[in-house]
Ligand binder design. Sequence first.
Ligand code: SF4
Length: 270
Amino acid sequence: MQFLQKVLHSLNVCHHIEECLNSGGLARPDLDLSWATELLHRPTNVGLTPEMSMTEKMDLKINEVFFSIQGESSYVGHPTVFVRTTACNLRCTYCDTKYSYDLGSFRTLDNLVEEIQSYKTKFVCITGGEPLLQKNTLPLMTRLCDMGYAVSLETSGSKSTRGVDHRVKVILDVKTPESGAADSFLMENLALAQPSTEFKFVICSEGDFDWSESFCRQHELFEKYIILYSPSYGKIPESWLAEKILQKKSTARLQLQLHKYIWSPDMRGV
Ligand code: SF4
């Protein structure tokens, strides 16, 4: 591990990955680190020339880019370009994007922006995996905001949102006990939240519901932010969560993953 940290530092390839390793930020010690190893052994000059500017050289490991209907958050229903980054430091029990853990290829920001522009929408969602594991996610989002895009970021809540452009709508997960990633939430993200931040809880059980209510009340989230409760797909009925919200007089919003109802729940790229 020490060797890995040293090489990461000397290459200055990915500060966030190094930070993750240093801080023990990986929620499970048995995680496959092959994605980090791949970053380490990647030649740094592939496709790059000395004439290229710094921004031309910035890249990100991307799992997929696709155009679909936004299925979540207050941007639900908008035709949106999704940019899914590779790698995640968590392993949630209900994860439906396991294919993003390792698979992907490096793409420059210029190349990504070019593809995003080819879709006729002003909505871009940066998702993962965990987008904040890669430092170049930040300049990509700022660049898209400068271009007039409505940018949203879906993040697990386990990595700091410091440095995220204030124009970005952050959808901040708070992992519930039954997610398998309990206690992964980084409390500094509460102080970094903007008025536009939306907090998302994936509910797997009554225990998760009660835990989420208690978390929101303890940190006065209901008063300040949009709170989204999403039923863990296939684990609890949507109607159960709807009734629970009404019974308990919660002010959370019920969120269904719209794309899973329009298309097959297992379909990728939607
Ligand atoms: S944070 Fe998201 S991508 Fe990562 S394991 Fe959990 S559900 Fe999957």
